[in-house]
Design a protein around this ligand. Structure first.
Ligand code: UDP
Ligand code: MG
Length: 163
């Protein structure tokens, strides 16, 4: 069971984001993490690792029949690490997708991560879960529940208040 996802799923949910090998190699980790922090999201987990082919394949199992799947798995498992993260906060899955931008960076809003830093769909810097179910699957795949922190950032009350 995932404590993040179980807590008020309608408005507060965990989001699984992964800075891909190009993001790490291009030294954009800090800038990308800052986007989420500055918006007010809570960093629940973060780690750097080189995923195994098995992990990459399972992560992208929905895309197994697509022509770019083999290249995608090769890219993610290149040997340069990725940075896997879990973020929590109001509407974080949908807003996370907006922060990241459209899949093809040439169609991404210029204010998004992909729209600011990328030009190729095959090197688009970051993954973000696209639904609650995907986030649940991905957080379980990449993290043990003991790796998910429970704490309250000092600004949480200010960020989260609705009235
Ligand atoms: N991808 C690709 N070529 C394509 C479509 C996707 O290389 O024509 C890669 C790209 O890295 C993308 C990932 O496959 O981020 C997963 O595709 P998806 O459609 O889930 O896009 P995302 O959810 O990452 O925006
Ligand atoms: Mg996707």
């Amino acid at each position: 069971k995932n404590p993040v996802l179980l807590e008020g799923a309608k408005t507060i949910a965990g989001e699984k984001g992964t800075i891909k090998p190009d993001g790490v190699s291009r030294q954009l980790v800090g800038k990308i993490v800052s986007r989420f922090e500055e918006r007010g999201y809570k960093l629940v987990a973060i780690k750097s690792l080189t995923p195994s082919p098995a992990l990459a394949k399972e992560h992208y199992s929905d895309l197994a029949s697509r022509p770019f799947y083999a290249g995608l798995v090769k890219y993610i498992t290149s040997g340069t690490p990725v940075v896997a993260m879990v973020w929590e906060g109001k509407d974080v899955i949908r807003q996370g997708r907006r922060i990241v931008g459209a899949t093809n960076p040439l169609e991404s809003d210029p204010g998004s991560v992909r729209g600011q830093y990328a030009v190729s769909v095959g090197r688009n810097l970051i993954h973000a879960s696209d639904s609650f179910d995907a986030a649940t699957k991905e957080i379980g795949l990449w993290f043990d529940s003991a790796e998910l922190a429970e704490y309250e950032p000092t600004a949480w009350g200010w960020v989260m208040a609705d009235n």
